[in-house]
Design a protein around this ligand. Structure first.
Ligand SMILES: [Fe+2]
Length: 242
């Protein structure tokens, strides 16, 4: 029996718990995915792990500036009296803004080809940007919190599960900064978003459905469509989209 946090409605707690359950199901899907199984094999070559992570960074670089800009747009559509919420979300999004640059840096440090960064986005990364912009333009702006929870909580779970794999192979590459820092940074961000979800649903009961809906919209294109494309490139399938 989950404890009811003080000051939040029963509906808000139920909404957060449902979002959290959905993230855990998606994390289980990630662990059952061929890319995760590959890098989690004890006998995998360390350069295969590096190649997979490098290609995920390239994918991040392909969508991150667009999801950030769409996020700011969505935050900008919140009710204008929500000054504190807008301030908090803008502060958080500003911290995230440079992550696309980190992904580019790490992609290059891990041996990525600079020329690839000038290529058009892949179908899955294009779809991520498209979903975020569509949500930003037409969805209830409170839905932002549901989609953002998928980003933060899943990144935290995946990067924390990745650390022992990196340690097992003695991988402490300078180009793994994005992955390693997100294990702690997104733990804090996920808790921050959790409290905003609880507070917002308590005050705006109708926002619960918007959050669940935006979570699902984003999940339709993320993470596995994006990561599987990256894995395909890492394992030599780049001719599919080059
Ligand atoms: Fe974050």
């Amino acid at each position: 029996m989950m404890q009811q946090p003080l000051g939040y409605s029963i509906q808000a707690t139920a909404t957060f718990n449902e979002l959290d359950r959905r993230v855990l199901r998606i994390f289980a899907d990630v662990q059952a995915w061929r890319g995760w199984i590959h890098i989690n094999q004890p006998e995998v070559r360390p350069d295969r792990i590096i190649a997979a992570i490098r290609e995920v960074f390239r994918s991040v670089a392909m969508y991150q500036s667009f999801t950030t800009e769409a996020g700011f747009h969505m935050i900008g559509r919140l009710p204008k009296g929500e000054v504190r919420l807008i301030q908090q979300l803008c502060g958080h999004k500003a911290e995230e803004a440079e992550h696309g640059l980190w992904a580019v840096e790490d992609y290059l440090k891990l041996g990525g080809d600079e020329g690839n960064l000038k290529l058009p986005p892949t179908p899955a990364t294009f779809a991520v940007a498209a979903v975020w912009w569509r949500m930003a333009e037409v969805e209830d702006s409170f839905g932002y919190l549901g989609a953002e929870y998928l980003f933060e909580q899943l990144t935290m779970l995946v990067t924390q599960a990745l650390l022992p794999i990196l340690q097992r192979h003695g991988l402490s590459h300078d180009g793994l900064r994005f992955a390693v820092e997100h294990a702690t940074e997104d733990a804090k961000h996920a808790v921050f978003i959790k409290h905003l979800i609880l507070d917002t649903v308590t005050r705006y009961p109708a926002s619960a459905n918007s959050m669940l809906r935006c979570f699902d919209y984003f999940h339709a294109v993320y993470p596995l469509p994006v990561w599987d494309e990256a894995f395909q490139r890492a394992t030599g399938g780049d001719h599919v989209h080059a």
